[in-house]
Ligand binder design. Structure first.
Ligand SMILES: [Zn+2]
Length: 498
């Protein structure tokens, strides 16, 4: 028996002015064949693709790596990039010969300029090619904006159950186990999708805390019911302006369509009935800085408007400017600014530099900072690693040529050439920066950083900053494609599952 593996992942922030190009994918990876296995398995990535390989290997079924690509979030995927990647994916599938099953791993929030439900589109092409009888099991990120097209293209859908995402490898193992059981004739999955009309605020999407915790406990109880093969919640990604944007529930049963529909409806209604709790907590920079002044450090300040893992440019200066204006000391800030990194590296360690730093991608993330400081260290090669399971599952990171520059008040700027996804404490320790030496650590993320930073920080505080990934989605973002009614925009919306 042979089971093919396909990975094509993008979380598209359609409010971001920088479109996602083929080069963005290539700068992470575009791979076919055995190189896919090397990328995920040899690197010990805590990723669903590694779990899929391991699960198939353990069952004695040949895993056939077909195609894998992903890119960090930017704007919608441009047509030539999407067409080329889908073409490469389909060629790999056609060329691989006879397959007995497929494991597919989209992200679930990809949006292409000409195919807004991008994942539904390519999954449908895959299903069309392999025919209706082939077992196809799909894994998704909970930031998926799940669509009927995605669900229709697959026999079963399994979504990670943690945010920050720490169970990706386990979900890959679960998907592999399910496809193996299908191939052995031990089960016959059928699934039902219900989409309650709610978009959950990004600030309220931490699965281990309320308001999500109680919901996930109910999902777990459903998963334990007789006849249920899997049950999942999509929290949704509010920054992809698509018709499907928002939350969803999918339940997979063993050949019991009515039970799948009933249980999905129950969970969706549970979500709907909690809708007011999902609006999130939105606090201003000054409010949080006032509080932080009274707190023992380190205090993480989470910059939700410049969430690198959600499409933020990584160069917002809004929190840093407020910190400089207040004359605060012992602060860590990371800013992506390749020109300034080059300038500081050119000056060399020990040199005093004056920089015009950050806020160069667009005019929505503050104004450039004027800083004066001493170059602490320079790093032409700024690669670092992480061994523990962290959000996204990556174990290798590369932020490009980087300089550490400190002001006389010890506001320490890490100036990178590529956006740093803040999911590992190695982002500091690999540069000889002790996280506990700071009172404030500015982090460009929402919940993804928690697993890495919480052990080092006394407090974590979310800040409602403006930007491409602002948490203030109702007041600050203009949607053209979302479904209506959709809570919290339409506050008076009524809904009951059919
Ligand atoms: Zn996610």
């Amino acid at each position: 028996m042979r089971v093919g593996i396909i990975c094509f992942q993008h979380e598209s922030n359609t409010f971001c002015e920088v479109p996602t190009t083929y080069e963005h994918f290539a700068s992470d990876h575009v791979l076919t064949g055995e190189a896919v296995r090397d990328f995920f398995v040899a690197s010990k990535a805590h990723h669903e693709i590694r779990g899929m390989f391991e699960g198939l290997d353990a069952a004695g079924i040949e895993a056939v790596p077909l195609f894998s690509s992903r890119a960090m979030p930017f704007g919608a995927i441009v047509p030539d990039a999407f067409d080329r990647l889908v073409g490469e994916l389909m060629s790999a599938l056609r060329d691989a010969g006879q397959m007995d099953g497929l494991l597919v791993a989209p992200h679930g929030a990809a949006c292409a300029v000409e195919h807004r439900d991008a994942d539904g589109y390519w999954l449908s092409l895959v299903r069309e090619h392999v025919g209706p009888a082939m077992p196809v099991v799909c894994t998704l990120d909970p930031h998926a904006n799940l669509s009927q097209a995605m669900v229709d293209a697959c026999d079963a859908t399994i979504i990670y159950r943690t945010n920050p995402h720490l169970d990706q490898r386990q979900r890959g193992l679960e998907a592999a186990d399910l496809v193996v059981r299908m191939l052995r004739g031990e089960c016959k999955p059928t699934q039902a999708l219900v989409m309650p009309p709610i978009a959950i605020n990004i600030q309220a999407q931490r699965t281990g805390q309320e308001p999500c915790l109680g919901l996930y406990q109910k999902v777990e109880a459903v998963r334990q019911r007789p006849g249920v093969l899997s049950a999942s919640v999509a929290l949704g990604f509010p920054y992809a302006d698509t018709h499907e944007m928002g939350s969803a529930v999918v339940v997979v049963t063993d050949d019991d369509r009515a039970l799948a529909g009933q249980l999905a409806a129950e969970l969706a209604y549970e979500m709907w009935s909690r809708r007011e709790a999902y609006k999130g907590v939105l606090r201003t920079i000054s409010d949080v800085l006032d509080e932080a002044a009274q707190l023992d450090g380190p205090v993480s300040l989470l910059d939700m408007g410049d969430n690198v893992g959600g499409g933020g440019p990584g160069d917002s200066t809004l929190i840093a400017q407020a910190i400089l204006d207040r004359g605060l000391r012992d602060v860590f800030v990371c800013i992506c600014d390749p020109a300034c990194a080059r300038e500081a590296i050119g000056a060399g360690a020990g040199a005093r530099v004056s920089l015009t730093l950050g806020a160069k991608t667009d005019n929505r993330h503050g104004a450039p900072l004027h800083i004066d400081g001493v170059v602490q260290s320079v790093h032409e090669d700024a690669r670092y690693t992480e061994t523990q399971p962290r959000h996204g599952g990556a174990t290798r990171f590369d932020v490009g040529p980087t300089a550490i520059v400190a002001t006389d008040d010890r506001v320490v700027f890490q100036i990178t050439s590529r956006r740093a996804f803040p999911v590992t404490i190695s982002q500091l320790t690999a540069f000889a920066l002790d996280p506990q030496s700071f009172h404030l650590i500015v982090i460009k993320g929402v919940h993804a950083p928690a697993a890495a930073y919480e052990p080092f920080c006394s407090h974590m505080r979310h800040i409602n900053t403006p930007g491409d990934s602002t948490a203030d989605m109702v007041a600050s973002l203009t949607y053209h494609h979302r479904r209506k009614p959709l809570y919290p925009w339409e506050q008076d919306a009524t809904w009951s599952p059919r």
